[in-house]
Every structure is written in C-alpha cells, then in structure tokens.
Design a protein around this ligand. Structure first.
Ligand code: GLU
Length: 463
C-alpha cells in the first residue's frame, strides 16, 4: 500500500505533546508501510508565526527521532500555487466571485440565526457571474443537496449534510487563499494519502472534501485523533503537568519514553505497554486507534521513562546524563566516562529522569568536609554506639584494598567478628557516607569514593 503522510504544525508555539503524538502517528504509519512522511509549516498566521518556533518544532522532531522525507514546505511560499487552483475552480465553474461585504454576510448570518437556522452565506452571488474586482472574494460553488461522507480511520463513518456547509470563501478579497484551500492544494501536491490530525480539524474535513471533489482530485483517507485530556478529563494544560516537548527534554526525559508513552495514549496493541521503536513500526498499521479521548498521566510517563533508563546500556546512559551533570555544577574534570558510568549504575534505579539522576550524584561528589547531613538521620544513627562503630571501621577499611568485593568482605568480617548484625552498623555507615538514609549498596559507594574520601567521611562522622 502506498502511504504518504504529513505533519503540518503551525509555528505559533513550541511542539506540545498533543502535536507530538499526531506527528508520531503520521511518522509511524508512513514507516510501517515503507512510505513517506512529510513536514509542512503552516505559517500563514503572520502575526503569530515565528521562525524560532519553526526551529524549535524541528529540533523537537529530531530529538524524538521523527525524520521527515523531502524538503520542508512553508505555506507562505506557496500562495501563487494555491491561487492557480482557485483559478482552475473559477474556470470550471466550481467557484465564483462574490461582492458581498463582510457586513452583508454577517447580516445574512444574523437573519438565519433569528429564524433558528444555521448561520450561513445565502449564495447571493452564486449566479451573478461576477468577474474580479476590488473587495471581491472567491467562493466555492458547493452542491446544493447531498451528503459528504468519509470513513475516518479513528472515528469511523462521518456524514455531513451539505446544507450544513455554505459556499465557503476560498480566496479572500485581499487575494490570499484561505486555510482550507491551501491545505487541500498542499495535501494534493505533496501526494498525501493519509491525513492524520487532531479532531479539532474534523469540521474542516467535509469542506476540504468538497474542494477535492470540485477539483476532480482523489480524496485522501482521514483520521482525526481525539485531544489529550488532563487526568480530570478537562482540557489539558500545564497545571496537569503537561509541557512542551522541549521542556521534557530539558528535564531529562528520554525521547523513546515520550514516544512510547504518547503512542499508547490513543493506540493499543493488546495490552503491551513498552515497545521498541522497531515494534512500534511493525505494529502500527492505522488500526486500533482509540476514538475516545485519553487522559494524560504524568506518573505513567515517569514510569515509562524509568523503564527505558533501566534498559539503556550504561555507557549510553552515562553519555546522556553528562550534560545534566554539567548543569548540576559538578567538577567534570574529575568525572570521566567510567566514573559517570559507576554513578549511573548506583543511582539509575532511583531516578525517573536524567536530571534527577544527575542530582542524585551530589552526595558522592561533595568533599567529606562539605557533605550535608540530614538532621533526623544523624540524631538517630550517630549515637555513641554508632560513632564507636564508625571509629572502629576506619582502620578496618584502611587495611583493605578498595575494590567493592574487598570492602564487602571487610564489612562482613567486622560485623561477624563482633557478633553483630548488619543492621547494627549499616545505618551509621550509610549516614556517614551519604549524609542521609538513602543511596546504593554501601561497598559500591565506598569503592566509588575511594580510600581517602571514605576514611575522611568516617572520621568526620565519628567526631
Ligand atoms: N496546522 C494545523 C494545526 O497545527 C494542522 C492542520 C492539518 O493537519 O491539516 O493544527
């Protein structure tokens, strides 16, 4: 099957998660069928469109791994092309010039409303055979009866009576083609076979189909995906923890986690939750798209990210956490790749994103003298007995090799040799090393800190 999809963002803001999910669906459908995925920048809103947003959207697409085929298309550069199609419709009698002023059209709408009818243009200029002229727009001559029917990939069959649709403007009086006109021309010129977009556009689709039909062009398949809602099933917003893709990136989310999470928000493959990119491509065939709106769940996104962080090869994770370690202000000269890997190994189970992972490193990268102690932990664990153990452990560790295995054996030897239990010694030792009752396996911490730092921590805590 020949499948060509496109993502058509308006550069009036950063890429948000709703848009990202649409882009992912379009990309997956194209990749599943070995087709093409195009990107079109819908920048006709000159007041709100900004190049910086286009750049940011492209950067987010790259970060998510959504590569596109062929050149980028900017709608503002294609006005002449759209107008060629408008001229074609005029020439074939499928469109006409209209001299009604906006005030007149508003009055028609008002009148219809007053009669309890749908507000619409009344077709006043339809048969007037007007030519071009100052203040005249071009309207599509829509059929007067019948239904526009399409089989939506997500919502199933949708039928709209043409009486619902008036003769829409396709070129404004200022010579600019309208949005629906531009989209149809673009989708046709770009060879788009499947239009997947947010369902805020579902009311545009019958209008666009009328334009395709008037032009005698094949109509693509449409799929309208429901909006992502907040956990309270209201419109999704920042207050629900929803953010732009770039903010997730800055927080240290992994792109594969965000992709996986967003795909599942509106599509399913049995009850599988975690997918590799290859699996997504293999399974995503345009079926099993959920017509019901899904609710954004920040906790599940976090869970998903933690999963991918655990699965990553350590070297890769260390490379990814590095910029976040820099941001945290650590002395990077002292943090070579192998030390970063060791830190990742110790803390990756304890952090839900790269930023939090890097922040977890702090106690191990702070010199003994500057280590911050948690008050409760010290009050509880630096008792007389606790301090006595710490003082006694100093020489024990001083006499060992600082490999994890040797430290493990030395600690074990001290505990057993003194007829103690591990829990008699561990809390004091953990507080001395970390400053609080958390962190990884004790011998692993000590092996990372090395002899001098470990002994300095024990001495400071014992004192
Ligand atoms: N530019 C539209 C948007 O950002 C997309 C329109 C479409 O996909 O047809 O919502």
């Amino acid at each position: 099957m020949n499948v060509v999809t496109r993502f058509a963002p308006s550069p009036t803001g950063h890429l948000h998660i709703g848009g990202a999910r649409t882009a992912i669906f379009c990309w997956l459908l194209a990749r599943h069928y070995g087709g093409q995925f195009h990107l079109r920048i819908e920048d006709t809103d000159l007041l709100r469109s900004k190049q910086e947003y286009t750049d940011s959207i492209l950067a987010s697409m790259r970060w998510l791994g959504l590569d596109w085929d062929g050149p980028l298309n900017y709608q503002t550069q294609r006005t002449a092309l759209y107008n060629e199609y408008v001229d074609r419709l005029l020439a074939s009698g499928h469109a006409y010039w209209c001299s009604c002023t906006p005030e007149e059209v508003e009055a028609m709408r008002e009148k219809a409303r007053a009669q309890g009818l749908k507000p619409r243009y009344n077709g006043c200029c339809r048969e007037r055979n007007l030519g071009p002229g100052e203040g005249r727009c071009v309207r599509l001559k829509a059929p007067l009866a019948g239904k526009v029917v399409f089989d939506d990939l997500v919502k199933g069959t949708i039928a709209v009576d043409v009486s619902e649709l008036d003769d829409m403007v396709i070129r404004r009086a200022d010579g600019m083609p309208t949005y629906n006109m531009a989209v149809v021309v673009d989708d046709h010129e770009m060879g788009i076979t499947h239009v997947i977009r947010g369902d805020d556009h579902v009311s545009n689709t019958p209008r666009q189909i009328l334009i395709y039909e008037a032009l005698g062009l094949p109509v693509p398949r449409f799929g309208h995906v429901p909006m992502i809602l907040g956990p309270d099933r209201q419109k999704l917003s920042k207050r629900h923890g929803a953010r732009a893709v770039i903010e997730y990136q800055n927080d240290g989310l992994l792109p594969q986690a965000l992709v996986n999470y967003l795909v599942r928000l509106g599509w399913s493959h049995g009850d599988q939750e975690i997918f590799s990119r290859e699996e997504l491509i293999a399974y995503f065939d345009g079926s099993n798209l959920n017509p019901a709106a899904a609710a954004f769940d920040p906790a599940k996104l976090e869970w998903c990210n933690a999963h991918f962080m655990r699965e990553l090869p350590l070297t890769e994770l260390a490379g990814l956490v590095k910029p976040f370690a820099e941001q945290a202000g650590y002395d990077m000269a002292a943090l070579d790749a192998s030390r970063l890997e060791a830190l990742c190994h110790m803390f990756r189970e304890r952090a839900a994103n790269l930023k939090a992972l890097a922040e977890n490193f702090a106690p191990l990268l702070t010199p003994a003298a500057a280590l911050a102690y948690d008050e409760k932990a010290t009050a509880k664990n630096f008792s007389e007995t606790g301090k006595r153990h710490l003082a006694a452990l100093g020489p024990v560790f001083a006499a060992t090799d600082f490999s994890q295995a040797a430290l493990e054996a030395a600690l074990q030897g001290y505990v057993e040799g003194n007829g103690l239990k591990f829990k008699d010694v561990a809390p004091a030792l953990r507080t001395a090393l970390m400053g609080f009752m958390g962190g990884p396996h004790l011998p692993e911490i000590m092996a990372f800190l090395g002899r001098d730092e470990t002994l300095a921590r024990l001495a400071r805590a014992a004192a």
